[in-house]
Ligand binder design. Sequence first.
Ligand code: MSP
Length: 656
Amino acid sequence: MEKTCNNVYITTPIYYVNDVAHIGHAYTTIIADMIARYSRLTGQKTFLLTGTDEHGQKIEQSAQARGKTPQEYANEVSGKFRALWDDFDITYDKFIRTTDDEHKTGVQYAFEKMYNKGDIYKGDYEGFYCVSCETFFTQTQLIEDEFCPDCGKPTNIVKEESYFFKLSKYEDKLLKWYEENPDCILPRAKKNEIVNFVKSGLRDLSISRTSFDWGVKLPQSINEPNHVMYVWLDALLNYITALGYGTDEKNMAFWPAKIHLVGKDILRFHAIYWPAFLMSLDLPLPKHIAAHGWWTRDGEKMSKSKGNVVDPKQVADAYGLDAFRYFLLREVPFGQDGDFSQKALMDRINSDLGNDLGNLLNRIMGMSGKYFDYQVVSKDVEKFHAKELNEVNALLENVEEYIFNMQLNRYLEEIWKVLTIANKAIGDYEPWTKMKEGKEDEAMALVALITNIVAKVALLLDSVMPQKIAQIASCLGIQISTESYNNLIVNKNLIEQTTITKVEQLFPRIEEILIEQAPTTDLSKNQTEIEAKEKKETKKVEVSVEDDNLITIDKFFETSIKIGTIVEAEEVPKSSKLLKLQVDLGEGKTRQVLAGIKEFYSASELVGTQACVVANLKPAKLMGMLSEGMLLAAKDENGLNLIRPEKPKVAGTKIS
Ligand code: MSP
């Protein structure tokens, strides 16, 4: 039996060329590479795309700041990305640059098609623009009428002639797509945010700019030499121009994408704009858009000023590329934020890789050498180990679904359960005792069981740790190929017999951290950008209330929620939403809390009442005023209600 062959198209975001690669870029790229390798091994025709996003105001400004032309600057940084992925053995089938001629032709072709369909019209744009996020905003979306709600940086006022895409026309179609395709956005919890955003109403999108010229020109037929395309339209179209859309369409058979991998910060562009553009182009929509979380370092946000940005190359050089790949995929459930520390990486290497996997191979080499002159024969495995084999087969039968559901850590956990069965079997059956008792056939069956388990696991881990698995394969005398995969995994067969070859220890124990200095990249972010990222993350914490990802109890207790008594309340002038409250949390003096509840409560009715307050939030400024806590509330179509204790409690009482 073989699997039917499908076309599998996997993409990473294309990376902006104003930055060198850091752990976040490596994370997405390694996940994409893992899925692509897995698909190829299982016999699927696979196309992995990565590349660089090189146009737009941000790149133009970064180049100017370095005294370079945007093209020179883009060539330099794009080259660094490509060199890193080559160094990391990323098996991309194409590395696209948005400055490639074919891409530009494809983008113009798409623009013309959307225009001819009546989805693009000319108008005047008046609003705000965040260069750092390359995003348009209306005044009501801004923080304190000025700052970007996503990154916190000051926005620019933009007033210029512009072409617009009729995004509003696609609102209902998008909602229908989300509804009919439960897994189109993964993890599912992230989908709610997108659906709510679309339900709140979509405005038409400005898709051309006239105030700078580092971008793709509009098609000649439109005859607007002063306009360049909005960088997100240009960038998103890379996913089809890379397959030849609008030029040589020979690879378009790979469309639609199986998975677009993105970070959570750029999900909105991919889950709203991109499908709407595709609908306009009458192209099928991607199967999955999968959004991962962000990495911190030793529990802290990464920033240049702290000197703690993780340089993936430095980590891979010190600890090994495969161990780093394993760590990234195993440490954090996809979609959640993760923390990088050398300690956590060492623990994974010593425990999962060294103790569980590496030792098993040592045992195979040791026992097969000592008892059987390295010859392993499987003929009695079924007879003595039917139970273990059934357990192993049952676990391995279902692992693939974890990959395409983007539960990559679960995938690895299941495989590690199989390794546990093998390690346990050695302890339970003690082949050395069997040998002493003269039961050689039983000892051989055990060694062969372990050999087969490691061989099966090797096939499934090849996508995760290709270099180490090549070593394991040469030790066990097996091929890592689609044929072996079909034989050992799909058809659940055993290797009939094999000769074991000694290889060096796979994962030597690491006793101390290997990088003295904090691994940093030479990121050229300035302080404002760093602060912006931090603000962004603070905001994302609020959004993740809807997230149904599981957390540990310790994580929950990181949030300090207390009973607060509202002792004063007043309206904030010029704000339609905010009330300014003085809240007693039993700390001797009151805290000022700004709450967006004016539409639902009057100031006077709140005084003397109690509410539940998040007491350890980083203070934030809203409309120039400090807010030192957050009231818990629930809002549905009937309005908003504060969450309060059933009976009065002493101010400051902890909620648990
Ligand atoms: N150019 C756009 C993408 C266009 S795709 C059509 C872009 N580029 S980026 O270089 O700024 O970001 C690329 C990816 O890196 C994003 O998916 C983002 O989420 C990810 N990361 C940036 N910092 C990160 C972490 N600290 N951790 C994990 N990923 C993060 O956006």
